[in-house]
Design a protein around this ligand. Structure first.
Ligand code: AMP
Length: 224
């Protein structure tokens, strides 16, 4: 299946994508992760986008769409399903994604709109810590690591993303609210949008989604 995860920063898209990957044959494509990797390796692209990512503004549509196009051209990826996390973030990106997927005859099956309220996302984002080595997610209240500052999975150092500070979170929310409605309208018009209450914990959200996927597969709507 090709699935888009939509929702505000802190709705739990990344956490959910990691959980879904454990049970489904899907490749998780997170534009945020890809951009941060470019920044960590200080590539020319990484240097160009740094100020946008760290201030919570969007990187240009052209740059992110090119990244997606490159990822989707890999044979290994196209044989599996996809889980798009953090892309599309503008209506232009949504339209471009459809154009790319139409070319490879693998259209989007489902768009999951993860609704979450501001106090919940603020609490999640300000407490979030990420492993520098493997990207595993922790939380200073909801999911403490066994040893402070150390990843339970690989022993890597945990850090707070620069854009997870309160002021930048506000910018990210404003950017999100400015862009989301046309994307929702676009997918709703295609009959692909499914809303889900993402204020609940990730396992509950995942279980509900698995039921939706099962029902969709049984109806034969999902293409291989
Ligand atoms: P995320 O990890 O999804 O929260 O993304 C972190 C940051 O990366 C965002 O605040 C943007 O600066 C940038 N970014 C990620 N995905 C996109 C996208 N689809 N379009 C533009 N900028 C993006």
């Amino acid at each position: 299946m090709r699935i888009v995860l939509l929702g505000p920063p802190g709705a739990g898209k990344g956490t959910l994508a990691k959980l879904l990957q454990e049970t489904m044959e899907v490749t998780h494509i997170s534009t945020g992760d890809i951009l941060r990797e470019e920044m960590n390796h200080q590539t020319p692209l990484g240097k160009k986008i740094k100020r946008f990512v760290e201030s919570g503004e969007l990187v240009s549509d052209t740059v992110v769409t090119k990244i997606i196009e490159n990822r989707l051209s890999s044979k290994k990826n196209s044989d599996r399903g996809y889980l798009f996390d953090g892309f599309p973030r503008t209506e232009t990106q949504a339209r471009d994604l459809d154009k790319i997927l139409t070319k490879i005859q693998k259209p989007i099956d489902l768009v999951v709109y993860m609704e979450s309220t501001l106090p919940v996302v603020l609490q999640r984002l300000t407490g979030r810590r990420v492993c520098k080595e493997c990207g595993a997610l922790f939380h200073m209240v909801n999911k403490l690591p066994q040893r402070p500052g150390i990843c339970d999975l690989c022993g890597g150092a945990l850090y707070q993303r620069p854009d997870d500070h309160e002021e930048t979170i506000k910018t990210r929310m404003e950017v999100y609210l400015k862009n989301i409605q046309p994307i929702i309208d676009y997918y709703a018009a295609q009959g692909k949008l499914k809303k889900i209450d993402a204020n609940r914990n990730a396992e509950t959200v995942k279980d509900e989604l698995m039921k939706i996927f099962d029902a969709k597969s049984k109806l034969g709507h999902a293409q291989p």
